[in-house]
Design a protein around this ligand. Structure first.
Ligand SMILES: [Zn+2]
Length: 410
């Protein structure tokens, strides 16, 4: 296969995935104005429903603008040999392949982040603000960016540096070592993310003694679940949207409740949401997801090891001196149809898990408070209650509210 052919395959993949995404968004938008299903009539009143429709439309239009700009910028970068240029700049900074790769990705990450910042700024301070969701200050917004860059530089830098070092010292077998280090890192993050990373962005406080805590403890002991780590996170620092999640395992397992969730839901509803989270744990979803991520990573790295040594990848991007980082860019795009498929599978699995967690909450606690809790969450985030089935299939990690309602009522 000639470098030109590879180049055009890369361009075709970028364009086709854009078109597929746009088609799905378009299909979904055709159902924004559908009448609400009978079971969900009580989620919105008329004025709120209209507000939710305006919100969905505005998000949809903004989505087209964002992804079209990103596609155009990416294509221009490919057609005008942007990677060759950045490679040249990086090579003028050092002779060390690891340093060159780090400088190379550093420039690309920062450039793409700068390009996307006006969009995320508009999304937060114009759209989310208009609908009353935004609580972020400009200071927090830019501090978040800065912290994100710093964290990306440290974690990404260490991992990428290690992987290239393995590549230099072990050749084609590097993927096994890379898999090892990424696996250790993934498990470590799964265990300590809440302790090490979350505090950089949010305040977490143990849920205070009181009626809610004792209700939760009563439920936890009923299902034989040691739950001594229940934290409240100040999600209200950024947005009014509410959430709850489970993280870690073993003695590091903990439940995190957004302060916005505690404000919006009553005690029974909060315990029901928590019962759903406990369901994820009891059904081993945390471990299965972790395992699936590790297997996918191994597969990706193995595939990468088959292609990375081929100078054609670098030539396709018009870079004469083959290198790991240029090969990685080309591979990243060529691999994206496969990662698209694994993404679909993971979403499918995730929706199955949501049903299982809902059923667990239904059987060990009760369905009605979970239903009313989910309805409140949908109402307060102006959720789309009538998504297109294909859109759900491709993008939803949770079943729709209607599907969950019907399952809980069964
Ligand atoms: Zn869930």
């Amino acid at each position: 296969m000639s470098p030109q052919t590879i180049f055009f395959i890369i361009i075709a993949i970028l364009v086709i995935s854009f078109v597929i995404d746009q088609l799905l968004d378009y299909l979904n938008a055709q159902h924004f104005n559908d009448p609400l299903p009978a079971e969900l009539q009580d989620v919105f009143d008329e004025a709120e429903y209209q507000k939710s429709q305006r919100y969905k439309k505005e998000r949809y239009k903004f989505g087209i603008l964002t992804s079209a700009t990103s596609l155009i910028a990416t294509l221009l970068f490919f057609f005008f040999d942007g990677f060759a240029l950045v490679d040249e700049i990086a090579r003028s900074a050092s002779n060390n392949e690891i340093v060159i790769a780090l400088v190379f990705f550093g420039i690309i990450m920062i450039a793409s982040d700068i390009l996307s910042t006006p969009f995320s700024y508009y999304s937060t301070f114009v759209i989310e603000e208009k609908y009353g969701f935004n609580k972020t200050t400009r200071r927090t917004f830019f501090l978040d960016k800065l912290k994100g860059w710093l964290m990306g530089a440290i974690i990404g830098g260490i991992l990428l540096g290690a992987i290239i070092w393995f590549y230099q010292s072990t050749g084609q077998h590097f993927w096994l070592y890379a898999w090892g280090i990424i696996t250790v890192f993934t498990i470590f993050m799964n265990l300590f993310y809440a302790r090490l990373i979350v505090p950089l962005f949010n305040k977490q406080t143990p849920l205070e003694e009181g009626s809610l805590r004792s209700q939760i403890e009563k439920y936890a002991s009923k299902v034989g679940f040691t739950l001594d780590k229940i934290f409240v996170i100040d999600g209200s620092k950024r947005s009014t949207k509410a959430n709850a999640y489970f993280s870690g395992f073993g003695s590091e397992k903990r439940v995190t409740l957004y302060d916005t969730l505690i404000k919006d839901l009553n005690e029974e509803e909060i315990v029901a949401v928590l019962a759903h989270e406990v369901g994820h744990y009891k059904r081993n979803h945390i471990i299965i997801n972790l395992f699936a991520a590790i297997i996918t990573t191994g597969f990706t790295l193995w595939l990468l090891s088959l292609f990375i040594g081929n100078p054609m990848l670098s030539k396709a991007l018009n870079v004469s001196q083959p290198s790991f980082h240029i090969g990685l860019v080309a591979f990243g795009v060529l691999y994206s149809p496969i990662s698209g498929i694994t993404g679909l599978l993971m979403n499918y699995l995730s929706r199955k898990f949501e049903y299982q967690a809902d059923n667990f909450a239904k059987h060990t606690y009760a369905a009605p408070p979970l239903i009313s809790g989910l309805k409140k969450l949908s109402k307060n985030s102006l959720s789309n209650l009538t998504p297109h089935p294909l859109y759900v299939f491709a993008h939803y990690s949770h079943p729709t509210l209607l599907q969950r309602f019907r399952n809980l009522r069964k």
